[in-house]
Design a protein around this ligand. Structure first.
Ligand code: GLN
Length: 491
């Protein structure tokens, strides 16, 4: 009997459509897997077994009625706890939203349901998506299935770990500075940040609204592309949503899988190749560049001189936007309310609620952002960071006049031990050194497994021009066809 949890989304959808497995069987196999391993992984904050089985039954009924099911019907999916799910708890990894059951589904969740996917539950994350290790979750860290003493990346460590632990074949993440790609890299899975505005932010709990981008996570590039196609596209309820169709990422992934990159010109980002990366990461990256060249790609080196300022610019822009966005958590409208004993003023209750509800990293960001936006400092910090953002965009624009896509390692280092970087915020921030420029520019980026360093996964990042998401899928699928996929040791 096939182990249904070891299959790709494409394989599962094929079995369901052909009547060789029911969606209920597939869902039950994943629920059993979660029950067997999640006490060691902690990928899920909430498992919605009843909701999942009901959704699966609906798919089976539609098949029995002879309906056309679509390419992902019956495929289980795990959703990062940053997206609202109607009636299903949504915490964003924070105590401040404990117990909140949103009255509506995020657009992405609606599209997942419409595609016939089966939502298994909500995945663990750094509080409010601020972090690179999932250690800042108020509900305990997620562990990396490759080595449970190590971090699974962050902020979407739960989604990536659920894939690597075979608890789900598909997952949704959100990427503000790297939170889809970096967890993908350190768990040996695929994570794609779509073009900003290519996926809807409606129902995504806001961290930094000019950067936040929900996107697909999977174990193969084609599965990620199918999920991207299912969730992407214009949404009138998101004012920054792009009113254009998503490029054909599925066709691009299929084209890439033929292993031919003849005519494709790739730029290795000079500033991100080698220096700053661990030796094992740099070596795996170099080998992958050779593999891409063997597939026919032309490789050139491209300098992006302002990328080195991306990290400091991001740590002014993102906290500034967060300090404004998080003002809504006041103990009145949602979730936690602290100290409301009838004798305290509104201001005291707000202050007690925010003190009890937010963790230290979220408070650090709110303070940083409030300072950067305060009068007298605004121009020197926030204003300066916005100018740097423009220069980084110009680096991308100039690079894409010369090459079709840029490549770099996804992260400077492999999964580190739990606890290794929590005492020094800067060391934690460095995890996103290579992923942040793409967010500031707004283009798409994907991380695809490219090798191992001391038995731990390394990711290669492909960055493309805005609304050319298809290009990155082609390159990533081609690399995958050459290096294969990576399976963690059995849990
Ligand atoms: N690690 C980065 C941060 O803490 C990025 C987070 C993200 O992409 N959500 O801000």
């Amino acid at each position: 009997m096939t182990d249904l949890t070891k299959l790709t989304a494409v394989e599962i959808a094929g079995l369901v459509a052909g009547g060789d497995a029911s969606a209920v069987e597939v869902t039950q196999a994943h629920l059993d897997r979660i029950a067997a391993v999640d006490d060691r992984v902690n990928a899920f904050l909430h498992v919605d077994a009843d909701g999942a089985l009901a959704a699966a039954r609906a798919v089976d009924d539609r098949r029995a009625a002879g309906e056309d099911l679509g390419p992902l019907a019956g495929v289980p999916v795990a959703v990062k706890d940053v997206l609202t799910t109607k009636g299903v708890p949504t915490t964003v990894g924070s105590k401040i939203l404990e117990g909140w059951r949103p009255p509506y589904d995020a657009t992405i969740v609606q599209r997942l349901r419409a595609a016939g996917t089966v939502m298994l539950g909500k995945t663990n994350m750094d509080e409010f998506a601020m972090g690179s290790s999932t250690e800042y979750s108020a509900y305990g860290p997620t562990r990396n299935p490759w080595d449970t003493d190590r971090i699974p990346g962050g902020s979407g460590g739960g989604s990536a770990a659920a894939l690597a632990a075979y608890e789900a074949p598909l997952a949704i993440g959100s990427d503000t500075g790297g939170s889809i790609r970096q967890p993908g890299a350190v768990t040996g899975t695929v994570g794609a940040k779509p073009t900003y505005g290519g996926t809807s932010r409606y129902g995504l709990v806001a961290f930094s609204s000019s950067l936040d981008t929900p996107g697909p996570c999977a174990r193969t590039v084609l599965d990620a592309a199918l999920l991207h196609a299912a969730i992407g596209g214009h949404d009138p309820r998101d004012s920054t949503s792009i009113p254009q169709p998503v490029p054909d990422v599925v066709a691009a992934a299929r084209l890439g899988a033929t292993g031919d990159l003849t005519g494709v010109k790739l730029g290795v980002v000079a500033e991100f190749s080698g220096e700053g990366a661990e030796p094992g990461v740099a070596a795996a990256f170099r080998d992958s560049v050779d593999a891409l060249a063997k597939l026919g790609a032309e490789i050139v080196e491209v300098s992006c001189p302002h990328f080195k300022y991306a990290l400091p610019a991001y740590y002014l822009i993102a906290p500034s936007e967060c300090s404004s966005n998080l003002a809504r958590f006041d103990g009145v409208r949602f979730g936690l309310r602290e100290g409301d004993d009838g004798n305290r003023s509104l201001e005291e209750v707000m202050s007690l609620t925010r003190d009890a509800g937010f963790g230290p990293e979220v408070k650090r960001r709110i303070m940083l952002g409030t300072y950067a936006l305060s009068s007298g400092y605004y121009d020197a910090y926030y204003g300066q960071a916005q100018k740097v953002r423009t220069l980084i965009t110009r680096d991308f624009t100039a690079a894409f006049e010369r090459v079709d896509a840029l490549i770099s390692p996804t992260t400077p280092f492999v999964a580190f031990p739990i606890g290794a970087r929590t005492s020094d915020p800067y060391q934690m921030y460095l995890a996103d050194l290579y992923t942040i420029p793409t967010n500031l520019y707004g283009g798409p980026g994907i991380s695809v497994p490219c090798g191992l360093s001391d038995g731990l996964p390394v990711g290669l990042q492909v960055m493309a021009p805005t609304m050319a998401d298809d290009r990155m899928y082609r390159v990533a699928a081609a690399l995958e066809s050459a290096v294969g996929t990576f399976t963690p040791p059995a849990l």
